[in-house]
Design a protein around this ligand. Sequence first.
Ligand code: ADP
Ligand code: ZN
Length: 758
Amino acid sequence: MFGNYIGRLMATIAKVVVEISLDREFDYRIPAHLQSSIKVGSQVNVPFHSRELRGFVVGLANFSAFADKLKEIKGVVGDKPLIPDEIMKLAYWIADYYCAPIEQAVRTVLPSAVRKRGARHKKQLFVSLNVDATPSSRPGEELCVRERDEGVAFTLKGKQLLVFQTLEAHGAMTISELKERAGCSESPIKTLEKNGLVTISEETVQRDPHAGMELLRTKPFDLMAEQQTALDIINASMDQEKPGTVLLHGVTGSGKTEVYLQALQHALDKGQGAIVLVPEIALTPQTVDRFRSRFGECVAVLHSSLSDGERHDEWHRIRNGEAQIAIGARSALFAPVENVGLIVVDEEHEPTYKQDESPRYNARDVAVMRGHLEKCCVVLGSATPALESFKNVKDGRYQLAEMLLRVDDRSMPLMRVVDMVVEKERDGRPQIFSRELVEGIYDRLDRNEQVILFLNRRGFSSSLQCENCGYVAECAECSVSMTYHKREHKLLCHICGAEEKVPERCPDCKDPDFKYAGMGTEKIEEVLTKICPNARVARMDSDTMRKKDSYRTVLDKFRTGKIDILLGTQMIAKGLDFPNVTLVGVLHADMSLHVPDFRAGERTFQLLTQVAGRAGRGEKAGEVIVQAYTPHHPAIQAARSLDYEGFCSQDLEFRNELAYPPFSHLVLLTFKGESEIDVMTAADHFFQRLEKVLPESVCYAPPMPAPLARAKGLWRYQIMLRCEHTVKMTKPIRHVQATFRVPKGVSLSVDVDALSLL
Ligand code: ADP
Ligand code: ZN
């Protein structure tokens, strides 16, 4: 599969993808004088119609079907291929597996900050002295200096003298620093230069995103027994000839990060590099500092909030071997670390590892592939590993390391589940806050402790739920909740296409007020300020967190005790570590159960476990109060009793029966466009052609409106396929795609191993 691009001696043809969105490779002839310098991954300039474009060599060959018409490559950019060979292999794998054009895969593996035309190292002007001062002639305000070569003497006064003295005292510096220190404009410096007294030279500087931050070095902890066992498993795997993948299942607070740190040290000791992936949302300075304070300069951070320039420099620090450890979100997986010994994927179950545009790759899965290609150990860590990973352990593909105790024997927080139906009966109407939760909050406010309130809003508001009894309409065939389609006023199953009328009243309790539930953080904040008027409350959700720094500002305030109650959505569920938080409240825990998605139970379990982990991180014990309409749901009960394995076995059984992942792979085709009829027709036509070439082992349903039938003005129709083997779906899809013309105004996206079914 990789055969066509492996560099052969003296290849004469280069396959080039160009930097405009064209979904194919172009063949170019390699001129003789460039033959030794062009490699796979090289950046080149090529003629394209009447223009010259920048492109990347993605393959080399000796033959071309268009041999007589080929144009020549104009030149090579830079002396080393920007994309190392192993990463190019990964790009090919991604394009193949995720049904994406190679050009997009190549773009994915190389950050735009590096790829961009004009991206280069930042240059700064340095000023240094050129002269010999004559010490004898220093009558205070003036100074006689002599140029070294010419021997001409100058007398300096005023600003020129100041500039001179500054350089004399502190040595060479950047022109901006000099201006600041001497309190002058550029002109006296220029005059000195003109007279040959100073030299202004251009030098490359490294933009350090952490400049000015001194970190105290931390020493490795003495590990707890479970940590030691986990580390031993990981290190042993690293030392093998063909290292494997280790799933590190460790409860929140079990000290996973310390295990990563010591495993990274092992890689460094062996002279190897490493990559650490964390979910974007957890990529806080707090997290990054833990790595930097152990390893200092050898850590490079690839962060979406870095400037293009900083990212460019961090990337090159890795490429030229100055930094051996790359840490970052999803795309850091493609960091050009050489001789990788270890890849860590923290919170491996996180859906944010999946890119939501083409190529729709999952960094967790691609990490395992990179590990396989580069023969390095991959560690997947989580308190709630994805069922896919759990099954891989069961099937013997991954090794398991478990840490079920918190470090220092701190106890896991106590979780109580409050039945909101009972609450409602007691008060005669639905409540946002249960009495238990209100009392819990008052209690913490009295003791000057802090509270996190979490609104589980991942739920899809158009599942129909009875506010009186909690009833949710579910499909009889598929064990997913039916989706309410407001426009047509009916219930639809998005797995099998079953259709139902919306009941006049709740089928369970006969409540005629049967309607869909919905409550936002805004409404909750309003109620909260009524219940506790003196508490300092901050709200954190995607509405209030628009500005770049607001996330950090709010967290800083919370950390320093200027906020009593932090209210938010998923955003506050993970990674945060506040010792003074002793109560976590979860409002409407079961909302995420009622999405038309077979992973609803798993997501709810993960979310509750993660949120609960925010309580009791310090000396004081923590408590979690979970409000739910369906308190006995297995996902909620398993989270309450910290029963990960129990939850998995139960959920796996259900998935097995219905051939859902991880027992199959799932591919979702989504057609989008402004005109509903065009979208529908395109989906139908595609489906008719696809159905003819799909092997029998593929399960599918005909196209139907997506649960989010219209988003951002676009209609959405879906075809969902499931099969044990991905290629049995992607090959036929490609086959149809090759000749199918998606009509103008309609787009088609292919999502292999889709995580979002909306
Ligand atoms: P996790 O990532 O599993 O939730 P952390 O790595 O954040 O857990 O560890 C929780 C806390 O315990 C951190 O403050 C960490 O510094 C501390 N810690 C980790 N390992 C040890 C150890 N062996 N001895 C003492 N403290 C430890
Ligand atoms: Zn169904």
